[in-house]
Design a protein around this ligand. Sequence first.
Ligand code: ADP
Ligand code: NA
Length: 350
Amino acid sequence: AFKPLIFSGVQPTGNLHLGNYLGAIRKFVALQETMDCIYCVVDLHSLTAQLVHEDLKDQTRQITAAFLAAGIDPDKHIVFNQSRVMQHAELAWIFNCVARIGWMNRMTQFKDKAGKDRENASLGLLAYPSLMAADILVYRATHVPVGDDQKQHLELTRDIAQKFNNDFSDRIAELGVGVEIQMGDETVNGFFPLTEPVIGGPAARIMSLRDGSKKMSKSDPSDLSRINLTDDADTISKKIKKAKTDPEALPSEIAGLAGRPEAENLVGIYAGLADTSKEAVLKEYGGQQFSVFKPALADLAVEKMAPIAGEMRRLMAEPGHIDSVLRNGGERAGVLAEANMKTVRDIIGL
Ligand code: ADP
Ligand code: NA
């Protein structure tokens, strides 16, 4: 079997929000206790959203500061930015030749981001999942903690790994570099693992505070729709107070949240922040009005987020320290990536 290894990435585009924190970063922190982890600021990916940047390096430092402020240990694990390890881009090119255009065209994120004028979207936006597969598989990572929105990209990552393993099965066997992979009743030998997402819990998909049908997102034009990791206590309280809700009291059972996406979202946020379940939150607040629940949620959010924001500000005042974390992480990641790429080049015959 493959050695368990965690990989995940966050783009340096705009402010980090509560969805990124609860859906991804908090899981990164929890997993580092028991697993080897590689956490990456995916600056190359951010070029698909915005090619010309004034402040890409600074945005990269911000995400790194958030990782560190949330509690990721860059000495025990690896924290770096993607563009330092060119093997990501090299493997992405190979995966561009493995993957099929039809696979990419089916991605809902591509359809959303490209909008109506798909012919005019960048080729990078279409090929994004191929670079994401390379980010993960260049380390032969076995698990990826992500929000629910990334599920489809992880499926594609497995499709790419499987097609590569299958297309090159003879070479992999000849070189003796395969690892046994259990697929149903069958055992196959592959060079790349079939990476599993780590999704779940009450906060896998945090919705906009203004519209329960849209996910909380960096790209939402309304700042009231999200809580940013760097919002101060007053701003957090104000945004929760203004969050869209319905006039009913909270139910005491989960079933009572059906058809009430805004209420369910706030309960999920509470559960995520308190590290408990939606059931447990409803046990405590069932029968209460939002006039009671919202202030409690605001207090909890401030209690959990303010220390992270404070630590981020402290770290951002020392850009030299952040850069040295990234440099050091990049060197260690580069050694691992190059060892795997050497084998990939051998397999392909490059
Ligand atoms: P965004 O989706 O805001 O542009 P990224 O694509 O960089 O941010 O995502 C970083 C991580 O945060 C990913 O693992 C993603 O799944 C997770 N994530 C993003 N938005 C949410 C959300 N609303 N709820 C839960 N997780 C989310
Ligand atoms: Na995303």
